[in-house]
Design a protein around this ligand. Structure first.
Ligand code: AMP
Ligand code: GLY
Length: 422
């Protein structure tokens, strides 16, 4: 099998390392990949959103199966374009990827089909949004409709902050077209859980649950980031809650998408909040989460390629998706200053042991072939163990074997989960 993976972060590295476990995989091309991924796949300098070049490459290189990992190419129709050339893909078509691509779409979908989520209003012009905020309950949550590099959600603690957020999205257009329409929604409370799932549009097979750590600083302080670490499973997500989510959220979502003529295939990510009134959807993503994938896939015991192909072929019901009952912890090392501004270009080295457990997110090979840092999040190091506390300790010990100048990591990844267990 000749495989193509679109994307170039830690998530893609985790996907590639897992796909390589299948003996029938001859070659994996990563477009564009990164300097760390280059140790596991053939990296080709084609950008993840350059759909015309991706498709051309796939045809010329006789790709048997393509995995489109990031949100933007999915929303832009990378799967549609590849399928049009006869190349089977993992991931939703554009008409289904809209579940992440438009918050207005996903909120309206949930309302129409009775899927639990925060109460909300949609606004298409600034004056009516500002008018609504005069009397809206505070805190409130302002969301840009479209993709905004994970920055399009603002939790406003005061009325002024809420108004400023609306103005920045709708007048200053800080997220461009993504902020032309906005959602203002009810502020929910409760533990957050990420549940990634495989689906072929008929059945949903959830992966092991996980917990992200989004803030830059210890004890959930500082700015929101793409994620500074993860643990799996998430101790708040009990079997009872999982059953309820399957009935009230997962299956209804798949059925709703079918009813809309937008069958979703691939990985559907449910961002949930376990509120006092039950589990509610905070967001849907049309793809694997990052860094959730870096703890979830190391716990997958079934063959990833087989499961992915089953989502494409519609045979997921007959395909085993088995996870280990162990625990995993992933510790991200980022460049000091992330997510705002940071220096890059420092040599990245890893001990042999650390490298085995590390997914590279932000590093490239320079002119001399040296691996140097090139992004905010640089590495994710994952340990798997029988218990969560050992997984956490091991992940930190292994992460000590990853070296670059200016490295920063949180020191409390998994601590909240440990407390919840005790
Ligand atoms: P998102 O970019 O959609 O992942 O949202 C970022 C974060 O904002 C989520 O992980 C939540 O912590 C928080 N958030 C989003 N919507 C709400 C809400 N309605 N109530 C409280 N927190 C929220
Ligand atoms: N870690 C959150 C996401 O992938 O959206």
């Amino acid at each position: 099998m000749r495989i193509l993976v679109v994307g170039g972060g830690g998530r893609e590295h985790a996907i590639i390392k897992k796909l390589k476990e299948n003996k029938s995989v001859e070659v994996i091309y990563a477009l564009p990949g990164n300097g760390g991924i280059a140790r596991d796949a053939v990296c080709v300098p084609i950008g993840a959103t350059d759909i015309a070049k991706i498709t051309e490459f796939a045809v010329e290189n006789k790709i048997d199966y393509a995995v489109v990992a990031p949100d933007d190419p999915l929303v832009l129709g990378a799967v549609d374009a590849l399928e049009a050339k006869g190349i089977p893909c993992f991931g939703p078509r554009a008409n289904a990827a809209i579940i992440e691509g438009s918050k207005v779409f996903s909120k309206n979908l949930m309302k129409k089909y009775g899927i639990p989520t925060a109460e909300y209003e949609v606004f298409n012009d600034m004056d009516s949004a500002l008018n609504y905020l005069e009397t809206a309950p505070i805190p409130t949550v302002i969301k840009a409709d479209g993709l905004a590099l994970g920055k399009g959600v603002i939790i406003a603690q005061t009325r002024q902050e809420a108004m400023d957020a609306v103005k920045s999205m709708m007048a200053d257009k800080v997220f461009g077209k993504s902020g032309e329409h906005i959602v203002i929604e009810e502020f929910l409370t409760g533990p957050e859980v990420s549940v990634l799932s495989f689906t072929d549009g008929k059945v949903v097979k959830p992966m092991v649950s996980s917990m992200d750590h989004k803030r830059a600083g210890d004890h959930d302080t500082g700015l929101n980031t793409g994620g500074m670490g993860t643990v799996a499973p998430n101790p708040y997500y009990t079997g009872e809650i999982a059953d309820r989510c399957m009935k009230e959220i997962f299956l209804p979502t798949i059925q709703a998408m079918n009813a809309e003529g937008r069958t979703f295939k691939g990985c559907l990510y449910f961002g949930l909040m376990l509120t006092p009134k039950g589990p509610k959807v905070i967001e849907y993503n049309c793809r694997f989460g990052d860094p959730e994938t870096q703890v979830v896939l190391p716990l997958l015991e079934s063959d990833l390629l087989t499961v992915m192909q089953a989502t494409t072929n519609g045979t997921l019901a007959d395909t085993e998706v088995r996870f280990s009952d162990k625990n995993a912890c992933c510790v991200i090392k980022a460049s000091e200053g992330y997510p705002v501004s940071y220096k890059k270009g420092f040599p990245l080295t890893m001990t042999e042991e650390a490298e085995k457990h590390t997914f590279v997110a932000g590093a490239k090979l320079d002119e001399n072939g040296t691996l140097v840092t090139s992004g905010g999040r640089v590495t994710g190091t994952t340990a798997v163990a029988d218990t969560l506390d050992v997984a956490i300790r091991e992940a930190y010990r292994l992460s000590d074997g990853v070296h670059f100048e200016n490295a920063y990591r949180r020191s409390d990844i998994g601590q909240r989960a440990l407390q919840a267990l005790n």
